[in-house]
Design a protein around this ligand. Structure first.
Ligand code: ATP
Length: 156
């Protein structure tokens, strides 16, 4: 199902502005951008990523930035927070994995959010990955293929 990304992303961000009024929430999304994603699942994924950024990153700014390339669509959830230590990054999408810091211990949570988010993205044919620099922030990227034409276009 094709959905218009901007209103969905902005609605997701909106919910957090009241939860964390001290933080800044922004988006940079082309007006007409459409993505092939079940809208309910897309909201679920964004909620997980935004929730994590608000809970763990100790960030002042959280942004959703999206762009379309020739073959793929990229939706990034960025924060300018504490980042994720390099040694924890490979396991982060594992079920029940949490970065062993007092901050995430205090905040409860089972360590399931990111594994659920990855599964939902993969069901849409996409991939979810992260890039993080300890001390400067984290970017989670939802990467979706633009088209599904088996075998490509004949004669192209
Ligand atoms: P649950 O989602 O079950 O409530 P959780 O939020 O701990 O628990 P995940 O969403 O899988 O589980 O996140 C795993 C861990 O990754 C978190 O506990 C946190 O330590 C770390 N983490 C996730 N996002 C960020 C972020 N943006 N900045 C810093 N650390 C993060």
């Amino acid at each position: 199902q094709w959905v218009q990304l901007k209103p969905v992303a902005e609605e997701s961000l909106q919910a957090f502005t009241t939860l964390a009024p001290e933080m800044q929430f922004q988006s940079q999304i082309p007006e007409e951008m459409q993505v092939l994603f079940d809208p309910y699942r897309l909201k679920q994924v964004l909620k997980i990523l935004l929730d994590n950024a608000v809970k763990y990153a100790n960030a002042s700014l959280v942004e959703i930035v999206a762009r379309q390339e020739l073959a793929k669509t990229l939706i990034e959830v960025r924060d300018n927070g504490v980042g994720i230590p390099l040694e924890d990054q490979p396991q982060l999408f594992d079920r029940f994995y949490r970065v062993d810091k007092s901050r995430s211990r205090e905040l409860g949570g089972a360590g399931l959010g990111l594994s659920i988010a990855r599964t939902l993205v993969e069901r849409q044919g996409g991939v979810l990955w992260l890039a993080s620099t300890p001390g400067s922030g984290t970017v989670f990227t939802i990467e979706l293929p633009n088209t599904k034409v088996p075998g490509g276009i004949k004669g192209a």
